[in-house]
Design a binder for this molecule. Structure first.
Ligand code: XMP
Length: 513
C-alpha cells in the first residue's frame, strides 16, 4: 500500500477546527485533529506530511494561551497557520502581534499583491471571513507579505523557504468565497500531497485496524437501524464475520413498526444475523417521572449499557462494543480540545456511564454523516437504508417533552407515521435532512363536531441540513402541511392542534431535547 498523505490539524480551540478537517477530507486528503501538546517526535513518527495550525479564541500574549513546541516550526514541514496559528508562527519568528485596534469580525476583502501557488487561480481581490481581535503588526524576519487586508494589515505571510505560511482569514468557512481553492492549493501545490483518501481506502484501513484490534475476540455490534450503525454493522461483519454479533435493542422508544422494518432490511437485505432484545420494560421503568432532557439521555445511555453488558455476560467471549458514533455526536457531547460548550449528551457518547466492562470501538467517530453515506454506497448498501433520516439514539424519549408515558408514546408514534407517510407520498422525504413529530405536554381548546375538545398539541419539525451542525427549517408546501395536520387531528384522538417549528439551528437545535 503506498503512503497515504496525512495532515494533522493542531486545535487551538476554534469553533471552526472540525470544519477544517472536513474540508480537507472533501479534498480527498486524510486529516486528524490533535492537541497543541503534540511533539515534533510524534509528528515524525506518524509520518505526518503537513500541519495546519487552527484559529482560536486566545490572544498569543495571554498567560494561559495555548502554544506548540517551537521544534515543530523548525521541522521543515509544510505548515499553514490560520488566524491564531499565523500569530503563533509570527511571534515565534520575532514579530509583534497587535491586539488593540482593527478588530475584524465577518466578511472582508483581501488583495493579493504577489503571485504565489497558495493563490493560484484565486481572484486578485477576494472576499474572506475574518474572526480575530489580534493581527500581525510587524513582518517577522525571513517572511514576505503576499496579501493584505483593505486597511493594509498583512492577510497572508510566507516564509522565504516557501513551506511556512500564515493567513489571517478562515479559508474553511463557506463565506470565504475561494476558501476551498486556497486550502487545496496549500495541500497540493505547496505541500505537494496526493488526493488519495477515498471511501474505498477508508474501508480497507478500517477493516485492517478492526481485525488487528479485536484479534480473536467477539464484538457486540449495537444496531439501531440508522445509517451510521447499519453501515458500521455491514463493514464490521464483512471484516470479522461471525466474531461480529449484531444486536438490536427495543428500548420502548421506537417509532411505529420500526423493529420489523429494521430487522427486515438488515437481516434479509444485508444478511446480518441480527438478534433482537426486548428491553422496553426496563427503559420505561427507569424513565418514569423523569422530565429533564439531560437526565433522560443519561438514563437511556445507562440502560443501553446495562442491556449490552447483560447480553455480554449471557454470551461469553464478547469483549468489545461497536457503535456508529459520528463526529457531530462527539463534538456536541464534549469539547474536542478547546473551550466549546457541551450542547447535549448524545447517548452513545456523553450519555455513557464512566465505568463500562465492554471496550468501545467507534471507527466513524471522525466522520460526518454524508461521509458515512459515501462509504455505505461504496459497500453496495441500498439507498433506502442510506437515505433514512437520522433518528437519535434516545429515540422518542427526546421527542416527548416532559414525562414519557405509554399513552404519549402511542400518540406520538401514530402522528409521526402520518407525517412521514405523507412526506414520502409528496416526494419530500429525500429532499429534507430530517422530519419528525414532537409531543408537547401542553393542552389547548378545540372544537370538533360541535363538541369542545381539550387535548394535546403536537409539533412538526422538518429541517434541511448538510451535516447537522447547522440547519434551517424546511419550506414544505402549505398543502402538504395542511394535509398532515388535518389527518393527525382527525385520526388521533388526544391531539387537537398541530404547529410547525420554524426555528433554525442555531439558535435552536434539531431535536427539542
Ligand atoms: P441536535 O438536536 O443536537 O441534533 O441539533 C443533531 C443531530 O443529531 C441527532 N441526535 C442524536 N443522535 N444520539 C444520536 O445518535 C443522540 O443522543 C442524539 N441527539 C440528537 C439529531 O437527530 C440530529 O440529526
Amino acid at each position: 500500500m503506498n503512503h497515504i498523505s496525512k495532515v494533522w490539524i493542531v486545535d487551538f480551540g476554534s469553533q471552526y477546527t472540525q470544519l477544517i478537517a472536513r474540508r480537507i477530507r472533501e479534498l480527498s486528503v486524510y486529516s486528524e485533529i490533535v492537541l497543541p501538546t503534540v511533539s515534533a517526535k510524534e509528528i515524525a513518527a506518524n509520518h505526518v506530511d503537513a500541519l495546519i495550525l487552527s484559529g482560536g479564541p486566545s490572544s498569543v500574549y495571554e498567560n494561559s494561551a495555548p502554544t506548540i513546541s517551537p521544534n515543530i516550526l523548525e521541522m521543515n514541514l509544510p505548515i499553514l497557520g490560520i488566524c491564531y496559528g499565523l500569530q503563533l508562527i509570527s511571534r515565534h519568528f520575532g514579530a509583534r502581534v497587535h491586539s488593540e485596534n482593527h478588530r475584524e469580525y465577518g466578511r472582508a476583502e483581501i488583495h493579493i499583491d504577489t503571485p504565489h501557488p497558495l493563490f493560484d487561480g484565486v481572484s486578485k481581490t477576494t472576499s474572506v471571513w475574518m474572526s480575530h481581535g489580534d493581527h500581525v503588526d510587524s513582518i517577522p524576519e525571513g517572511f514576505d507579505v503576499i496579501a493584505k487586508s483593505t486597511f493594509g494589515a498583512p492577510a497572508a505571510l510566507i516564509h522565504r523557504g516557501g513551506k511556512l505560511l500564515g493567513i489571517q482569514f478562515h479559508p474553511e468557512v463557506a463565506h470565504t468565497a475561494e476558501g476551498t481553492k486556497i486550502l487545496g492549493n496549500f495541500l497540493f501545490k505547496v505541500a505537494k500531497l496526493s488526493a488519495n483518501w477515498t471511501a474505498g481506502r477508508f474501508i480497507e484501513e478500517t477493516t485492517q485496524s478492526v481485525r488487528e484490534k479485536v484479534g480473536s475476540n467477539r464484538v457486540l455490534m449495537a444496531l439501531s437501524g440508522g445509517v451510521d450503525s447499519s453501515v458500521m454493522g455491514v463493514l464490521l461483519y464483512r471484516a470479522i464475520g461471525k466474531q461480529c454479533v449484531p444486536v438490536f435493542i427495543n428500548n420502548g422508544l421506537l417509532r411505529l413498526n420500526e423493529q420489523t422494518q429494521v430487522v427486515r432490511q438488515l437481516k434479509e437485505e444485508m444478511g446480518l444475523p441480527i438478534r433482537t432484545l426486548n428491553c422496553s420494560g426496563q427503559f420505561l421503568k427507569a424513565l418514569r417521572g423523569v422530565v429533564d432532557p439531560e437526565r433522560k439521555r443519561k438514563i437511556i445511555g445507562k440502560e443501553f449499557i446495562r442491556a449490552f453488558e447483560k447480553f455480554a455476560v449471557d454470551n461469553s467471549g464478547l469483549k468489545y462494543l461497536a457503535q456508529g458514533t459520528l463526529y457531530p455526536d462527539v463534538i456536541e457531547s464534549q469539547s474536542v480540545a478547546g473551550p466549546s460548550q457541551v450542547i447535549k449528551s448524545h447517548h452513545n457518547v456523553g450519555g455513557l456511564p464512566k465505568k463500562m466492562n465492554l471496550k468501545l470501538i467507534e471507527p466513524f467517530n471522525h466522520l460526518f454523516k454524508d461521509e458515512v453515506r459515501k462509504i455505505g454506497r461504496e459497500m453496495g448498501i441500498p439507498e433506502p437504508i442510506l437515505n433514512r433520516h437520522p433518528f437519535p439514539g434516545p429515540g422518542l424519549g427526546v421527542r416527548i417533552v416532559g414525562e414519557i408515558t405509554s399513552k404519549r408514546l402511542d400518540l406520538l408514534r401514530r402522528a409521526d407515521a402520518i407525517f412521514i407517510e405523507e412526506l414520502r407520498a409528496a416526494g419530500y422525504y429525500d429532499k429534507v435532512w430530517q422530519a419528525f413529530a414532537v409531543f408537547l405536554p401542553v393542552k389547548s381548546v378545540g372544537v370538533m363536531g360541535d363538541q369542545r375538545t381539550y387535548e394535546n398539541v403536537l409539533a412538526l419539525r422538518s429541517v434541511n441540513s448538510f451535516d447537522a451542525m447547522t440547519a434551517d427549517w424546511s419550506r414544505l408546501p402549505d398543502s402538504l402541511l395542511s394535509l398532515v395536520a388535518n389527518r393527525i387531528v382527525n385520526e388521533i384522538r388526544g391531539i387537537n392542534r398541530v404547529v410547525y417549528d420554524i426555528t433554525s439551528k442555531p439558535p435552536g437545535t434539531i431535536e427539542w431535547e
